[in-house]
Structures are given as C-alpha cells and as structure tokens.
Design a protein around this ligand. Structure first.
Ligand code: LMR
Length: 394
C-alpha cells in the first residue's frame, strides 16, 4: 500500500535549508529560514532561558503528563502577553500546541469543524505553510492583495477592497506584526480600518503572531490585534514563542480563541482540547514552562526583555547597514526600503534567475521568492551580500 503514496516536494523554505546544508562551500551565507543569528552567525540560547531552565531543573520533580490543553499557567501568561487587557479572560479559550505551525493547523481544524465551507483569505504573499495547511485540511483559499511590489509598501487600498468581499463564515488571516515575507506591516490606523471592514462583513479574524517583539516592541507589536480583539466579537490567535524566546526546537506556542461570551468560549475550549487529543494528545511542556517561569518572574522577565530588545535593535541596524552599503556601492537610493521595513524579513524583488545567480555564483542563499532573513546578516558578510545582489542585477 505504501507504494501508492505520491512523492512530496518540501516547501521553498525547507527545500532551501536542505540545499544550504548540502552546499560544501565554507563561505556560503544563509539568509533563508527565519532563525535569529548573532554576529558570529550563531543561534544562542537566551540567558533568561538558561536561567529559567536551571530553576526548572532544580525545582521540577515530575515529568508526568500535564492537562490536554497544556499548563494553565502558561496559557494565562500567553493570554496576558498577547491580548493584554483587551478582552475579558472568560471569553478566551486557550490551548498549547507544538509550535506555531500546529497552532495554525489546529485553529484551521477548528474552523473546519465549525464550517467546512469556510473560505480562508490569505495575504498575497504569505508564509508558504499557510496555503499548504489550508489545502491539506480541505478548506478553500482566497488570496487577498497585500503588497505593492513596485512601491515596496502595503497595498492598503487593494487589501481593503478584497476584504470587503468577505462575509460571515469566512476567515481572514492577518500577520500580527513583521509580515512574513514582506516586512511591510499595518499601521495602527490600518488595523482600525481593517477592523471596521471585518465588523461589517462578519468574517472571523485569525492572527498569526510569530514575531512579537521583533517589530517595534512587545506591546507595540500586539497593539493592532488587541484593538481588533477589543472591537470584534470573535478572533483566533496562533502565537509562537520560537523566535522571541529563541525556543525554536522546543516547539512552544498556543491558540488563543476569543468568543462572544463565556459559554461559547467553553464550547471552543472543548473542541480545541479534542483536537489536541486526536492530533498529539499532550502538547510539549518544557519550553512552555520556561516561558511561564520567565514571564512570572520580574527579574527574569526584565532580562528577557533586554535580550529581545537587543535582537530587535540589531536587526534594525543590519537593515540600515545593508541599505547604506548598497547605496554606497550602487550610488542609488533604491534599497532604502530595507531600512524602513520591520522584523526578520524583506523581499528583495529578485526574479528566480537572480535568486539562483546569488546562490550559485556567490553562495548567498535567499528563499526562491527573494525573501531575505535579515537576522542572517553580519557586519562581516554585508559587503558580500550587497555585491551578490548587485552582481545579480538588482
Ligand atoms: C520561516 O518562515 O522561515 C520560519 O517561520 C520557519 C518556518 O517554519 O517556515
């Protein structure tokens, strides 16, 4: 029977990770998968994480199962971190999931249980796994305009016009901050506009929040989704701790589902628990406990915030440094957009041929749609990256 399976191609991010690993060149530069690296190119464990792990090692005396929804203290901490005081706690049902991908998957499974005919509106472009998961769970995908590739900004007029076409029973995926792959975000005013349209059409918002703290800060990066949570009756949030806590391989994430009232929240909680049970039963606990330990302790939390701020500031500096190097070499301001965008990613606007040229001739790896992971730049590799971009004809 197993011979009946169809061959699968890894998505463009996973495919590039594999290609990078297989490349024997020692001076290759990885600007592909979204992982933060320091100036030595290393993804270090945060000091706050190490300290929390040490405390856990001393105090934890059981590895027995936690509840099917995950540790309630972790879920409370995530609710506070993401939603702040925007929604009454009794309207929020939460479950822990193994990473942001499972949060997106389980949230879409929940949507399918509620309405198998749901159309899921996805920004164009978006993280490739959005489309893959939507297709896999059997929901219809509709792309909405998001990015003006010529102006390298948000296409707000296109976005609003497309979201006007949504209705009750539809879902709209929004990136909470640090849009992946464009780095072009909604302003506070844009979020309010989107909220008005969706309040009118009745579509359900699903926010994917994978980079809180990487854009403008922990509070600022949640402000848009909090405004929607405060004004709309329902909302789903898939929140990941992979990047802001540097806990990539620990798979730490949650779904926060906001319902119109406490009774509906109970119904949602039961469904989410059931989906957890059928998919992986108990979500992983170690990383979630590390996050809870950090957020629940003022000194550890301060330490984490300092480390998070330093990652954000560094990414901003790298953006500016690359834009300035490109300006100096090319004598043109056409790369200034890199400094103005936020978070880990920007689209270079390179064709597939140009992307291949950067990779094959210069060993500089960006995703096929020309997404660059800014956090893979270092002071030392910026001149080579800039040269590779110009040599490819950008
Ligand atoms: C990315 O977009 O590179 C990250 O979110 C990693 C992933 O799972 O794709």
């Amino acid at each position: 029977m197993l011979n009946l399976l169809s061959p699968q191609t890894p998505d463009k991010i996973i495919g590039l990770m594999q290609a990078f690993r297989a490349d024997p060149r020692t001076d290759k530069i990885d600007l592909g998968v979204g992982v933060y690296r320091d100036d030595e190119g290393r993804t270090r464990v945060l000091r706050a994480v190490k300290a929390a792990e040490e405390r856990l090692w001393r105090s934890q005396d059981t590895k027995g199962y936690v509840g099917i929804e995950g540790d309630p203290a972790f879920l409370d901490a995530m609710r506070g971190l993401v939603l702040g005081g925007s929604v009454a706690p009794e309207r929020v049902a939460a479950v822990a999931t193994p990473g942001g991908t499972a949060a997106v998957r389980i949230a879409l499974d929940l949507v399918r249980l509620a309405n198998p005919k749901t159309r899921v509106f996805v920004p164009d472009p978006s993280w490739p796994n959005h489309a893959a998961i939507i297709g896999f769970v059997g929901l219809e995908r509709v792309d909405y305009r998001y990015y003006d590739a010529v102006g390298r900004t948000l296409d707000m007029a296109g976005l609003l016009a497309d979201l006007e076409r949504t209705g009750p029973g539809d879902v709209v995926i929004l990136h909470g901050c640090c849009h992946n792959p464009t780095g072009a975000d909604l302003s506070a005013r844009d979020w309010a506009e989107v909220g008005k349209v969706l309040a009118r059409t009745g579509a359900l918002v699903m926010v994917d929040l994978a980079y809180q703290g990487f854009g403008a800060g922990i509070e600022a990066d949640a402000a848009g989704l909090r405004a929607l949570a405060a004004s709309l009756p329902e909302m789903l949030v898939a929140v990941s701790c992979s990047k802001n806590f540097g806990l990539y391989r620990e798979r730490v994430a949650a779904i926060l589902a906001v319902s119109a009232d406490a009774a509906t929240a109970g119904l949602v909680r039961g469904n989410l628990s059931n989906l957890n049970r059928q998919t992986y039963a108990f979500p992983p606990d170690h990383g979630a406990r590390v996050v809870t330990e950090i957020l629940g302790d003022a000194a550890l939390c301060d330490q984490w915030m300092v480390e998070l701020d330093s990652m954000r500031f560094r990414m901003q500096e790298l953006r500016t440094a690359l834009a300035e190097t490109l300006r100096d070499i090319s004598g043109s301001d056409r790369f200034a957009y890199l400094a103005g965008q936020r978070g880990m990613f920007s689209l270079l606007g390179a064709s597939p041929v140009q992307v291949a040229k950067m990779r094959d001739e210069k060993g500089v790896y960006v995703i096929g749609d020309s997404r660059m992971n800014v956090a893979g730049l270092t002071e030392a590799n910026i001149p080579r990256v800039a040269e590779a971009m110009l040599a490819a004809g950008l």
